[in-house]
Design a protein around this ligand. Structure first.
Ligand code: NAD
Ligand code: DAU
Length: 336
């Protein structure tokens, strides 16, 4: 049996670690070895990889995706790259964009240059994990992959830059680059700064939750199992140079979502504080998933009510995972 050696950047974060646990878990594909390249920033947690640590095909390298020497060595030793590593939180990008440009844009270019040296001429696959935020905001309807990018936040702009550079390496150099643009992920191991885990953890502590603006911004929620399903379809069956949207099919206003979270955590609307809106807050995201559905057979399987109930239960049972992260995040915010 041939072995496929996959380099997963950002594999200690929320989605990347779920991807690695799935690949090396009992339902994962045969003949796969995984090396995680992760800087272990505040969002990277080696404990997320505990379930696969003893797997003979697993390795973790703590390194920066901008470190060209380390990246070159690792890319040379692998057949494929799945690139998750990024600064991922919109609010942090509004406070300071430098790290977003460095990691998301320069880091992607460093990785692409290494792929060019070692994976040219049709060898290798480079799956670039982008986001639906690159399209901007849409009042009605949904974006097909052909829609021009028009990002609004510094985070989204840095992801759009990386996404376009990745596609340019395909068009210019023929590198086998495949881009995914997914909607808002949810599930276990989600860092407690994003809406769903922030609200669940605070409500479990009897605290209030901050709802931005009028609470009518709309997001499409995608369970991490379905996102991993989509990424695997793109890695194994996708076409070079193509972009694939991946959505969950559950659009909710933040108010509707808050209502579900309050109910799941046994709290009422008195626990909600309407706070000043996020600057440049995108009103609505909505991806058209016809391409990945028709071409690769993608279909989200996780019903949102079930996925959300499972997520709430996981946070209830895993306080030891999130309490230290929450304390560190709050100390960091207080220090400015
Ligand atoms: P995350 O913040 O949970 O994890 C990011 C990971 O990247 C962490 O492990 C961190 O340590 C690592 N990292 C950061 N800077 C690095 C660097 N310079 N070098 C090496 N590693 C570095 O993010 P996530 O939510 O898991 O998102 C993963 C990817 O998916 C990102 O590219 C993000 O833009 C994209 N995405 C996320 C969502 C979502 O809803 N979370 C939706 C669409 C797209
Ligand atoms: O759409 C994909 C994107 O989804 C990813 O590319 C990003 O990496 C990911 O962080 C996420 O971005 P959002 O900004 O949509 O997610 P966040 O959880 O930060 O916010 C979701 C919505 O909830 C958004 O409309 C802002 C609002 N919100 C968020 C927070 C943190 C609040 O009302 N209060 C909050 O405290």
């Amino acid at each position: 049996m041939t072995t496929t050696r996959i380099l997963v950047t950002g594999g200690a974060g929320f989605i990347g670690s779920h991807y690695v646990r799935t690949l090396l878990g009992p339902q994962g594909p045969a003949g796969v070895q995984v090396t995680v390249l992760d800087k272990l920033t505040y969002a990277g947690n080696p404990a997320n990889l505990d379930p696969v640590r003893a797997h003979p095909g697993f390795a973790l390298v703590q390194a920066d995706v901008c470190d060209a020497a380390v990246v070159d060595r690792l890319v040379a030793e692998h057949d494929q790259i799945v690139h998750f590593a990024a600064e991922s939180h919109v609010d942090r990008s509004i406070l300071g964009a430098a790290e977003f440009v460095r990691t998301n844009v320069s880091g992607t270019q460093v990785l692409l240059d290494a792929a060019l040296r070692h994976h040219a001429d049709g060898r290798g696959v480079f799956v670039h994990i982008s986001t639906d935020e690159v399209y901007g905001s849409i009042p009605h309807g949904s974006w097909p992959e052909t829609h021009p990018v028009s990002p609004n936040s510094p985070y989204a702009a840095s992801k759009a830059a990386a996404d376009l550079i990745a596609l340019a390496y395909h068009r210019t150099h023929g590198l086998d680059v495949r881009v995914t643009r997914c909607s808002n992920n949810y599930g276990h191991h989600h860092f407690p700064e994003k809406l769903i885990p922030l609200f669940i953890t605070r409500l479990m502590q009897g605290r209030t939750v901050p709802l931005y603006g009028d609470g009518l911004n709309v997001r499409d929620w995608l369970h991490i199992d379905d996102h991993v399903q989509g990424i695997e379809l793109v890695r194994t069956k996708g076409r070079p140079g193509e972009v694939y949207n991946i959505g969950g099919g559950t659009e909710l206003t933040n108010k509707e979502l808050t209502s579900l979270l309050l109910e799941a955590c046994g709290a009422g609307w008195e626990s909600v504080e309407y706070v000043t809106d996020r600057k440049g807050h995108d009103r609505r995201y909505s991806v058209d998933c016809a391409k990945i559905t028709q071409e690769l057979g993608y279909r989200p399987r996780k019903d949102f009510a079930t996925g959300l109930a499972e997520t709430v239960s996981w946070y209830r049972e895993n306080r030891h995972w999130w309490e230290p992260l929450q304390q560190r995040a709050e100390l960091g915010a207080a220090a400015g």
